[in-house]
Design a protein around this ligand. Sequence first.
Ligand code: UN1
Length: 517
Amino acid sequence: MPGAGDLPERYARILEDAGLDPSKDAFHGATDGEAWFGSGEPLEVTTPIDGAPLATVHQASKEDYERVVKATQDAFRAWRDTPAPERGDAVRAFGEALRENKRALGRLITLEMGKIVEEGEGEVQEAIDIADFSVGLSRQLYGKTMQSERHHHRMYEQWKPLGPIGIITAFNLPCAVWAWNSCIAAVCGDTMVWKPSEATPLTSIAMSKLANDVLQDHGHHGVMTLAVGDERIGQTIANDSRLPLVSATGSTRMGYAVGEAVAQRMGRSILELGGNNGVIVTPSADLDLAERAITFGAVGTAGQRCTTIRRLFAHEDIADEITDRLIATYEQVPIGNPLEEDTLMGPLISQDAVDEMMDAKRHIEKQGGRILTGGERLPELGANYCQPTIAEVTHDVPIVQDETFAPLLYVIRYEDLDEAIKWHNDVPQGLSSAIFTQNVLEAERFLGPNGSDCGIANVNIGTSGAEIGGAFGGEKETGGGREAGSDSWKQYMRRQTVTINYSDKMPLAQGIDFSVD
Ligand code: UN1
């Protein structure tokens, strides 16, 4: 078990700044919002930067999980009865705490999952943004008034808190995705249990500490709880009928398992699963913009966002030019330690992830594709590093159907826009999509009913880096869920239709006469 003494000094400081005591031999991975515990198996946390051990986390045992869920149930009774703007006030204070700790949390994210600090801080900013959004929402949560067909009757709908909910998140956005769910759920009056990725428990502990300090100052605990664990905890959450909603982000395989289990018990799920996002670049496109957006979208977070650009459909007329520009840019991307300021691409989350990318490379070559740049491991930097890679393939090779969670971009040439849109849609996933064009007719074709079939469709913007104000999520095997902004909040509440008779008669709807005399 790694002890405090083994922790490199620079890493110890990052933990400390994020509120985690680096002199501790082990952290508790479960909280009911007040106490910290965890008597399950120890989880060794390492950094993908150089494999150094960071800490040991005691995961939630079955009994710990019970204690956590019990706390969310107890807290729900008081929390749902708290005026929504008062709940919003606690979320406002949480947002302020995030603002104060943005740099520290951003660096912890970098240390634990390997994205560059700029993107780590960007993720915390996303959490701040959703906190702000939720504060405003806490004074809205509007219901409609309907016109009753009956005399002196009033009809309206109201939205009520749903209950304790489950939140399952992935390693690649260890802070923001929980925040999308937790801030909205909190103002809606729900309490929650969070199961983070086993690769990023420290970020979840730091976030939960911050949230619960604030909530305790506001007189509440048990609103935001945590249960670190492996997929057994995930399965328990999916099957737990005390949790009427489960919001899960991760692989399609996980999504099928969670979606099925939740549906079996008539629960509600919000699934945000794999993406296989495409960008179409037409002859009229501003190639400077396209090049910048594609580089960020395909190389950012080392290709480990569910919104990462994986397929580039380039029109024959500009395919050589955009590809040559991208190759030149790719070959200059500074790869290395993500804590260092000039780095733009850090490690992948694990050596397995690099192995998967190398497998994909072999498949590309077997299927007649060509690596245009990259495609190699970078052992001199460490086991988890590789080059960002571009491969040219045809639209019909089987490998383009799969999401390889790595910086691997396929270039596919096309001649006819309608055909490119058809190819674009011809994959099982449907998260994010984009077109680069200066031609309004082409843009509208892409956005029209025969256009992109994804949950997100952008014009002259890449597929990643969505703002929180819109509903985030996608279609087909991406799972159909929508999180974050717009009216996503409705899923975290129970809709109730109310009809009040203030007459002295008993008229029936549909004009039915049911009088006995
Ligand atoms: C994810 O990778 O699961 O649009 C979400 C983006 C981020 C969210 C990514 N705002 O890239």
